[in-house]
Write a protein that binds this ligand. Structure first.
Ligand SMILES: NC(=O)c1ccc[n+]([C@@H]2O[C@H](COP(=O)([O-])OP(=O)(O)OC[C@H]3O[C@@H](n4cnc5c(N)ncnc54)[C@H](O)[C@@H]3O)[C@@H](O)[C@H]2O)c1
Length: 368
């Protein structure tokens, strides 16, 4: 399928969970690797961003790492001009729903103002070059709000975000689409369900449960654990983002989902059993650490994605199945204790203490 061939690509937020998988995909997968001459990474290295996430792939001569803020207009202008950037995969964001409930300032700043800065800089730099440029804005299914027990979000589902995080992502999605309509910027929006896989900060649901179970700490589950989420492996998402960039139509949105839904409690129980198996413990050992905690404010009941547009228009198909890939993910976190130490910053510890301050000895928290 003929499509757009990015040559000088900027990836924002590439020291985070999904961004680092995207960089690996671009530099290591043959189809992607063949067209890209330069890959510039822009990341502010917040509590969520760590250079270790790019270890190995950062030796590639095409990669330039720039520590900086997407809200810094001068810096963004310089990067776009100096590196002659013709494509952007925009993943930099504040991404933790619970942090947005604690304080939304950073979410509005980075997710709304930061995205605006990027969009505004590239639409000026790329004026009259819509056919030879692309901007992919990476977003979430949380913009659509909550579903009941049936149905799935399509690209035409109206936005109805519940959390400050989701509202900030919805705002930035709308800005990207408005820049297409108003200025003809070749912007594309993607909305994915929950991701799982290696290198996710262990304050998000899955890595938190894996590491807590391994360390014999409690496994806190919101409410009764009945919320349903759909789970997509991060590398399948990265592959989809590459296809959105190279085959997507400007002005369009694409939903990415696996069709694999699970209630939070069932998922945590599965993870507990996988950890027991991996550590050769008696089954049930980790399940005894389960503890129900008061529900998150505004907790959406269910998200589910209809990914038929991405399948038909981009030729995208997720390769991994949750049953197998979750076991691999558990093994990765258990085998990478050094990585876990490296990413556990003071800010990460502060959040844990504030969020579960009453019981610091067993304190951890969960999302998404
Ligand atoms: N994790 C998921 O399940 C999921 C699902 C759908 C969509 N998304 C979206 O994908 C993107 C990446 O998510 P993630 O889970 O990898 O997040 P993450 O929190 O792991 O990584 C975010 C990265 O952005 C960087 N960053 C934050 N603020 C910045 C700023 N002002 N300037 C430059 N860099 C900054 C951080 O240092 C970090 O490296 C986000 O836009 C998120 O909304 C995530």
């Amino acid at each position: 399928m003929a499509g757009f061939e990015p040559r000088r690509l900027l990836v924002t937020g590439a020291a985070g969970f999904i961004g680092s998988s995207v960089v690996r995909h671009v530099l290591e997968r043959a189809e992607a690797s063949s067209t890209v001459e330069r890959l510039v990474v822009l990341d502010a290295l917040t509590y969520a961003g760590h250079r270790v996430n790019l270890s190995g792939v950062d030796r590639d001569a095409r990669l330039s790492f720039i520590e900086g803020d997407i809200c810094d207009r001068r810096l963004v202008e310089t990067i776009i001009a100096d590196h002659e950037v013709d494509a952007v995969l925009h993943l930099a964001a504040e991404s933790h729903v619970d942090r947005s409930i604690e304080s939304a300032d950073a979410f509005v700043r980075t997710n709304v103002n930061g995205t605006f800065t990027l969009l505004d800089v590239v639409r000026r730099a790329w004026e009259g070059r819509a056919a030879s440029t692309r901007f992919v804005h990476v977003s979430t299914d949380e913009v659509y709000g909550a579903l009941g027990p049936t149905g799935a979000f399509t690209e035409t589902t109206p936005y109805a975000p519940s959390s400050p995080y989701a509202a900030s992502k919805a705002s930035s999605d709308l800005l990207a689409l408005a820049y297409f309509k108003t200025y003809g910027l070749s912007a594309i929006v993607t909305n994915s369900c929950n991701n799982y896989g290696p290198r996710q900060l262990p304050e998000k649901l899955l890595p938190l449960m894996i590491t807590n179970a391994a360390e014999g700490k409690r496994l806190p589950v919101y409410g009764e654990g009945k919320q349903v989420r759909e789970w997509l492996h991060v590398d399948d998402h990265a592959a989809g983002l590459w296809l959105a960039l190279t085959r997507g139509a400007p002005g369009h949105s694409y939903n990415f989902g696996s069709g694999e839904e699970m209630a939070n409690l069932a998922l945590v129980e599965l993870v507990a059993d996988l950890v027991d198996d991996e550590l050769k413990r008696e089954r049930g050992t980790s399940r005894r650490l389960l503890e129900f905690v008061p529900d998150r404010k505004g907790h959406d009941f269910r998200y589910a994605i209809d990914a038929s547009k991405a399948r038909a228009a981009l030729g995208w198909e997720p390769e991994r199945k949750l049953a197998l890939a979750l076991a691999d993910t558990v093994r990765w976190y258990l085998a990478n204790a050094e990585w876990r130490k490296t990413v556990a910053s003071d800010e990460h510890r502060r959040f844990q203490a504030v969020h579960y301050g009453a019981r610091p000895a067993r304190s951890e928290e969960q999302t998404p």
